[in-house]
Write a protein that binds this ligand. Sequence first.
Ligand SMILES: [Zn+2]
Length: 235
Amino acid sequence: MPGRKARRGQRKVSRQGGAGQTPNSKSGWRKSLYQTKAARSKLVSGGCFLVRARRVCRRRYDPRMASPRGIVLHPHPVLRAKARPVEKIDDFVRGLVDDMRRVAHELDGIGIAAPQLGESLRIFLTCGRENDPERVYINPRLELSGTPDLCDEGCLSLPEIRAEILRPTVVRITAQDIEGREFTLESSEFMGRVWQHEFDHLEGVLIIDRMRPLDRLANRRAIRDLERSAEGRRR
Ligand SMILES: [Zn+2]
């Protein structure tokens, strides 16, 4: 059972009918969220990373890969649509969540949203790491506060692209789980950033919309390559 200090960053506010675990400490988040097998040796202590080692991206991403139920890459139009609310949690939704879980694990992702699998529905999933349980968020709502902070982010739908993104640091999320039970969580740690990143996908927003001009310049080649490979797919 985590101690008081460990519960400081993210605390469970309420969860009806669920018995989720409380997340662990700030250092625990960093350990669990950023240390992918390939990137572990490259971490800089004190840094904030939502990225994968470039060589992992090169090896695992196929620019021709798209839905059904594979990862959808920029500039696929489904990534730009405002996703529809989930009205009923049925076999279709459960199957979609299974696919999201599978793809997130295959690509070693921290989180994944339904539009990234070509389904314009308001669902995202965060992957379990060490003491942090996997969670499904259906029809999520966010309340944001706190001084905005910069942190490095990447995206499964934008391989090879990374940038420091400015986001509020205190996040409260209310959503339904896969059983339809509503829960609320708060985070002033990295998971709050993951929620905002995944929520952006439900609004049709990508990190390339939020990046600063200098980062856009630094990533222009990777963005152009993605868009060109999409043109190639359409031919
Ligand atoms: Zn993303």
